[in-house]
Design a protein. Structure first.
Length: 136
């Protein structure tokens, strides 16, 4: 059963890669399920880019995991960073915990944080690289 799931996933990765050439991007938060997909991409479909966002507020374990990925697969993970001025504006406006779930009174902050994440992925110098990306 597990081998069938692996083969099916490999097939989907291959289809995405063939259909969209070098435009396929796997955006990951580095959770446990993501590690399985990252392993499959690195083993069988290396032309799929893998990206994550470093918010500057990640736990040390996440950075350790990033290092472990580099040691195992090489430089396969592209780490993106939000614009510092945008983050500073959000912190000044909503406080340091504006993205924390307990910050319930801050209704608009999560959507603003999503905008900052999107800008990290597609704004500035990297805009052309992301303009036609097909994200998984």
């Amino acid at each position: 059963m597990a081998q069938q799931l692996i083969e099916a996933t490999r097939g989907l990765l291959k289809q995405a890669s063939v259909a969209h050439a070098d435009r396929v991007v796997y955006a990951t938060s580095l959770g446990s399920q993501a590690m399985v997909l990252i392993d499959l991409i690195c083993r069988y479909q290396a032309d799929i880019r893998i990206v994550t966002l470093d918010t500057g507020r990640l736990p040390q374990e996440t950075y350790d995991l990033m290092d472990a990925l580099r040691q195992r697969y090489g430089p396969v993970l592209e780490v993106l960073f939000p614009d510092a001025d945008e983050v500073r504006t959000m912190v000044n406006k909503h406080g340091v915990n504006f993205i924390h779930p307990s910050a319930a009174p801050v209704v608009r902050a999560p959507s603003a944080w999503a905008r900052i994440r999107a800008q990290a992925a597609g704004g500035g110098k990297t805009k052309k690289r992301w303009q036609n990306a097909v994200c998984m």
